[in-house]
Each structure stands twice: as structure tokens, then as C-alpha cells.
Design a protein around this ligand. Structure first.
Ligand code: SF4
Length: 693
């Protein structure tokens, strides 16, 4: 094909929250991608991004709706009208029989802002249900809750990611960015080259290999480590007294707890040498510019909010937050993990990061939607509680799933699968027959990222336009079309559920106006012009807010809040029956449940199956052998995984990736103990035993 026949569109990767800049070339028979210069990726892509175009033509791509008449019957292809009519009829019948909360909705952190917004509106208006939540509850909710407590606002990175290049020291806690978002390493490399990178992780990951200092705590003890480091800050004379007096409240109460956590005591709990705790604190405290960044490893715990709060306390004690050149941030995981938690698909939320139980927020959003405030339901249950209640007497009897493969990704996945089976109606929108779609009653085939317009909000709160770059296959429609098709059939006026992404975005902007995440000054035209717009952007001539908190934090008095927290340990500690910790995570080649990346040949060849990382001493103790299949068992289920003996993991811990389906699902093991505030399940630690398969 001659070069001038190509259509090239600047867009962003379909996967993680780094949202690397790429160019999609539509070469008719197949699309290709290439990296482009963008601040988050600086011209790089990881293997997932490089191979993402093959998803568009993946074998098994769904191009017609599928429907099964009854449980046990096969899915059969049907037309769009029949599928939409069928679902709407069943939803109406359920609503009339059992009330609006008989239907639940489950969204995803990969959905565009427009989809997340319209999904929340659909649930509240077309269904009238309070029972909507999304898989971001399993991702960022503890970090978000801790950020709101401390700073009054949750934006993962309250500064541009490129600022990290000026850092002398960076503490990365529970983040394996060298594998999960490799181009991010370009931002931490300068600090690493200066000997200032510190990594906290129970595994010696490729990220930890790049660090000057690797702190390797036992899973579930990060909070104790943060307390010990705070103790060392005070004991070693690094406390920023002036900053604490001028910009924070609550230090004295926090110190009353941390005073009892001297580093030698913390060493006994965590296994991290006291000298290393002090060395880490010295690196941070003596740096001109320093950052503390957390991610899922430290957040996905039943004490996740307290743990993140402890890291924020450390950062505040050193005077790092809300200063140019230093700061605290949480690394968002899913592609739209930031925007997806701002616009109303959360159980307790309305657009603009408003609370659904706030009368002023309800009045504003009801006004934008043209309905009475009384029509808006109140808050509903969190994601796991919603899934756990499916099919029970008080729980939903139908579930609509958009952008989530929860048969693989939900905690205690075997139980969740049983709950899905107990439903009268399961509906999914997907581009392939994912493990969740495969057990659905109706599947709507939908467009993918390069086939539609939409906005994403990346890990630094910057809103990005992903423009349509290729023509979708005949037969597929966007999620927005699905929502409109169902809404009309449920009695809603057509104009209330637009299908044009720019129109939805303009309405989202009005709904968010005045809220913490204010998008009202952003338009597709500004995004197409390449403006770097970090929220809040409250007016069409507002330049955006790349650095939050420089002039004060989000609380009414402008001060950050220290949070009083203490170590509690894992919800399920090891015992004689289940003597090991299991922790889960990601590998370089796969993304989340693997629904996309397991369909890319290059990625599955490199990473075809589940494995369990085991220290050689542990393998010997449990009589399992490198390269052989083993069984990992918790109180909730067993997983088959191939043994990888490595010296890089603690002998009391095993690690499994969570991307694989069926009997290799790591989430068959995981513990759904929930954080009391964020309702985050404890994905990152549970008690297991190991045996030959
Ligand atoms: Fe970039 Fe993440 Fe995509 Fe990799 S998966 S190319 S790091 S956005």
C-alpha cells in the first residue's frame, strides 16, 4: 500500500493509566501502532502497547449480539433489536416484580469518561437503582480515600509525571513499574542514577533491582514500616517543624502512636533492618526534591486506607507535599482509573467527584439531568458487597457488566462465579467472549479504543482525547449506543442518553461544574488542539491545574491532615494449616484479567500460564520443584500454577500473577476482607499452603 493511502491518528494506548502516546495507522487490512512523543512515555511503549493493534482484528471478535434463552442453553447470534428488546423486557419485569434495586450495574476503570458518566446516569435514571459500582473499587479506592482524608481532594498524582525527573530521591511503595508500566522508569531513572531510588516490595522485582535501597517487608506489614520510618524522621532530626506548623494539623496525635514504633521493633514485625529504615529516611530527608509514590502493593489491604495514610504522614513529616519539586502521589493502574472514579459509576458518587448523599450535589446534578432530586437513588453497596449479594433474597437478580471481566478479576473468584450463576439475568458488553461474557445470558458486541472517540484521564489528572482511528467491524456498536438502546426501551427520552461522545462530554462538563473534579472548561476542541489540561478546569479560558496544593490543600482551611493510624497486620495471618503468605500482581506481558492481552500471540508466547514464585528453601520444605505444576490452596480455593524457584522472594511468601483464567485464577485464593472505609478487598495477602499438583 502506498504510504499516502495511510490514515494516521494520534491517540493513546488502550491499557494502563500512563496512557502512552501512540500513532495508529489504519492500513485497511490491519492497523498498526507506533510510539509518539508524549510527556508520560517520552517516546516509549511497552510490549503491551506495541502489540495492541492486533486486538482490533483478534480472532473471536464478536460482531453480533449473543443471547441464550435459559440457563444451560447455548448462546446464539441474534440481531440488535432482539437483544435489546429481550434485555429491556426482562429488566422491566424484574423492576415491576421486585423494585429498582433488583437490577445491579458493574462498570470498569477502563471505560472512557463518557461511558462511565453515562453508565452512572443510566443506572440512576433509566433503572432507578442504587446498586452500581465498578472494578476501580478493587484498584484505587484505598488511595483515593486516604488522599481525600489528608488533602481534601483525590487526584492520583497532584503534579505532572514529568516533574519526577528532577527528583533526588523517590520512595516507591508496592509499585513494580518496571513491569507494569515500563516507560514510567524513564521518570525515575534520574533519581535512581543519583542513588536516590528506594523500593518497598516483598519481592525483589525488576523495579527493586534498579533501586539503591530495597526494603522487603512481610506482606501486610507496610503500615508498621511507615510508622518506623516516621519514628526515624523524628529521632534523626529530619522533621520539618516549620512546614508542619504552617501547612498541617494533627501531628502530635500521630506521633503518640509512632513514638512506640522505633525501627528495631519495626524490624521484628516487618523483617526490614532498622538501619535500612534509617537509610531510606535519610535519603528522603536530605534530598532537595523528593517524592513518595504508592501503588496497589501497599493499598490493596483490609487496612489499605490506614496504610496509605501512614505513607502520607511520613511525607508530611518531611514537608514534601504541596511543594514545587516534591510531593506524594498514588500511581493509578487502569487506563481510566482516575476519570473512572470521578463521574458517577461509584456506589456513593455523582459526576465531578461529588457525593451522592450531598444535598447540594444532588440538586446540581438533578438540574443538569432535568429530573427531580427525588428521582436520584442514594448510595449503594461497594463492589464486592454488590457481587456477594447477587441472587440472594435482598440482592440484585440481574447484573449489567460494562468493561469488566470479574469472573477472573474479583476477589474470592469461585464464590463470585457462583453468585453470577445464581442470577436470573447476566448481561455483558464486550468485544470478545471473555470469561464473564461466556456465562452471560446476553452479550452485546462493542467497539474498542481505536474504533471510537472518547476521553481518558491519565494518572496525573490530565484529560486526553482518544480519537477514532479505524473503522469498527460491521455489527458492533459503542457502549453509548447500548445504553441509549436500553434506556429508550425503559421509557427514557432519547435526548437524555446521547451516543455522540463529544455531546456526552459536554454534558459531563456541566454536571461536574463546581465539583472537585471540574471539567466544565474542557472541550473536544481544546483537547484536539493539544492543550495539557489537568483538572480542575473550571472555565473555557482556564489553563488547567497541573500542580494541585501549591497554594493550599483541598480542605476548607487549606491545611493537610495527619491521620492517626496504627499497625494491624493482615486480616488472615499464616497459621499451621496455611503457613505461607500469598501475594498477587502483574507481569510485563499482561494487563489485569488478561481478557485483552491473552489474545495477543506475542504476549501469550512470552507469558502463557500462571506461575508461582517460590523461594528455593520453601520449595524444598513443601516438596515442590522448579518447572513442575503445584497447587496453591487457601481457605477459599486452590490454584494450579507452575513453580518458579527464585531467590528474590521472601521464604515466607509466594507470588502469583492474576491474569489467568479457570483453575489458574489467582483470585480463587484471595481474601475479600474489606477495608472499613474504602471497601477495598485484601488482594495482596492471604494465607496459603503449597503442594504438588
Ligand atoms: Fe504505556 Fe501502559 Fe500502554 Fe505499556 S500498557 S504502552 S506502559 S500505557
Amino acid at each position: 500500500m502506498p504510504v499516502d493511502a495511510r490514515v494516521e491518528v494520534d491517540t493513546h494506548c488502550p491499557y494502563c493509566a500512563l496512557q502512552c502516546g501512540m500513532v495508529v495507522r489504519d492500513e485497511r487490512a490491519e492497523a498498526t501502532v507506533a510510539p509518539r512523543e508524549f510527556p508520560t512515555n517520552r517516546g516509549g511503549l511497552c510490549q503491551k502497547g506495541w502489540t495492541s493493534a492486533s486486538l482490533l482484528t483478534t480472532p473471536g471478535r464478536l460482531t453480533t449480539p449473543l443471547l441464550r434463552e435459559r440457563r444451560g442453553a447455548p448462546l446464539r447470534p441474534v440481531g440488535w433489536a432482539e437483544a435489546l428488546d429481550h434485555v429491556a423486557l426482562r429488566l422491566r419485569e424484574l423492576r415491576e416484580r421486585l423494585g429498582p434495586d433488583a437490577v445491579g450495574v458493574f462498570g470498569g476503570g477502563g471505560l472512557t469518561n463518557e461511558k462511565a458518566y453515562l453508565l452512572g446516569k443510566f443506572a440512576r435514571l433509566a433503572l432507578g437503582t442504587s446498586k452500581i459500582d465498578y472494578n476501580g473499587r478493587f484498584c484505587m479506592s484505598s488511595a483515593a480515600a486516604a488522599g481525600i482524608k489528608a488533602f481534601g481532594v483525590d487526584r492520583g498524582l497532584p503534579f505532572p509525571v514529568a516533574d519526577l525527573a528532577e527528583a533526588d530521591a523517590i520512595l516507591l511503595v508496592g509499585a513494580n513499574v518496571a513491569e507494569t508500566m515500563p516507560p514510567f522508569m524513564r521518570h525515575v531513572r534520574p533519581a535512581a542514577d543519583k542513588g536516590g531510588l528506594i523500593v518497598v516490595d516483598p519481592r525483589r522485582t525488576p523495579t527493586a533491582e534498579a533501586a539503591a535501597l530495597h526494603l522487603q517487608p512481610a506482606p501486610g506489614t507496610d503500615l508498621a514500616l511507615a510508622l518506623g520510618m516516621l519514628h526515624a524522621v523524628v529521632a534523626d532530626g529530619l522533621l520539618d517543624h516549620r512546614y508542619i506548623a504552617e501547612r498541617t494539623t494533627g501531628f502530635d496525635e500521630v506521633w503518640r502512636i509512632a513514638a512506640a514504633w522505633w525501627p528495631e521493633r519495626v524490624e521484628r514485625v516487618t523483617g526490614v533492618p532498622a538501619a535500612d529504615q534509617r537509610a531510606a529516611v535519610a535519603l528522603l530527608g536530605q534530598a532537595r526534591n523528593a517524592y513518595v509514590l504508592t501503588a496497589r502493593g501497599t493499598e490493596q489491604h483490609a487496612s489499605g486506607v490506614a496504610t496509605v495514610s501512614a505513607w502520607i504522614n511520613l511525607c508530611l513529616a518531611l514537608g514534601l507535599c504541596g511543594r514545587s519539586g516534591s510531593g506524594f502521589g498514588c500511581l493509578t493502574g487502569q487506563g481510566n482509573g482516575q476519570g473512572g472514579r470521578e463521574h458517577g459509576q461509584k456506589a456513593d458518587q455523582l459526576p465531578g467527584y461529588r457525593k451522592i448523599d450531598d444535598p447540594a450535589a444532588r440538586a446540581h446534578v438533578a438540574g443538569v439531568w432535568g429530573v427531580s432530586v427525588d428521582e436520584l437513588p442514594g448510595p449503594g453497596p461497594s463492589a464486592y458487597e454488590l457481587l456477594d449479594s447477587l441472587g440472594t433474597p435482598d440482592g440484585p437478580k440481574a447484573l449489567l457488566v460494562f468493561g469488566s471481566n470479574l469472573a477472573v478479576s474479583a476477589p474470592r473468584a469461585g464464590h463470585v462465579a457462583e453468585r453470577l450463576e445464581s442470577l436470573e439475568l447476566l448481561v455483558t458488553a464486550d468485544f470478545v467472549l471473555s470469561e464473564t461474557a461466556a456465562v452471560a445470558d446476553v452479550v452485546f458486541p462493542v467497539t474498542q479504543w481505536a474504533e471510537e472517540d472518547g476521553t481518558m484521564t491519565n494518572l496525573e489528572g490530565r484529560i486526553l482525547l482518544r480519537s477514532r482511528a479505524v473503522t469498527p467491524p460491521i455489527g458492533v456498536r459503542s457502549d453509548l449506543d447500548v445504553l441509549q438502546g436500553l434506556a429508550i426501551r425503559l421509557g427514557q427520552p432519547t435526548h437524555r442518553f446521547p451516543t455522540d461522545a463529544a455531546t456526552v462530554f459536554a454534558e459531563l462538563g456541566r454536571a461536574s461544574a463546581g465539583g472537585p473534579a471540574d471539567y466544565s472548561g474542557i472541550s473536544y476542541d481544546r483537547l484536539r488542539a493539544g492543550e495539557a489540561l489537568h483538572w480542575p478546569v473550571p472555565a473555557a479560558d482556564h489553563p488547567g491545574t497541573p500542580r494541585l496544593f501549591l497554594n493550599g490543600f483541598g480542605h476548607p482551611d487549606g491545611l493537610a491532615r495527619f491521620q492517626v493510624v496504627d499497625h494491624v497486620g493482615p486480616a488472615e495471618p499464616p497459621d499451621p494449616e496455611f503457613p505461607l503468605h500469598a501475594t498477587t500482581g502483574r507481569v510485563l506481558q499482561h494487563y489485569q484479567s488478561g481478557a485483552q492481552t491473552r489474545r495477543v500471540p506475542e504476549l501469550t508466547e512470552a507469558s502463557p500460564e500462571a506461575f508461582v514464585e517460590v523461594h528455593p528453601d520453601t520449595a524444598q520444605r513443601f516438596d515442590v520443584h522448579d518447572g513442575q505444576w503445584a497447587t496453591v490452596t487457601s481457605r477459599r480455593g486452590s490454584v494450579r500454577a507452575r513453580v518458579r524457584c527464585v531467590q528474590t522472594i521472601r521464604p515466607d511468601t509466594v507470588f502469583l500473577p492474576f491474569h489467568f483464567p479457570g483453575a489458574q485464577r489467582a483470585n480463587l485464593l484471595t481474601n475479600p476482607a474489606l477495608d472499613p472505609t474504602s471497601r477495598m478487598p485484601e488482594f495482596k495477602v492471604c494465607a496459603v499452603r503449597l503442594g504438588a499438583a
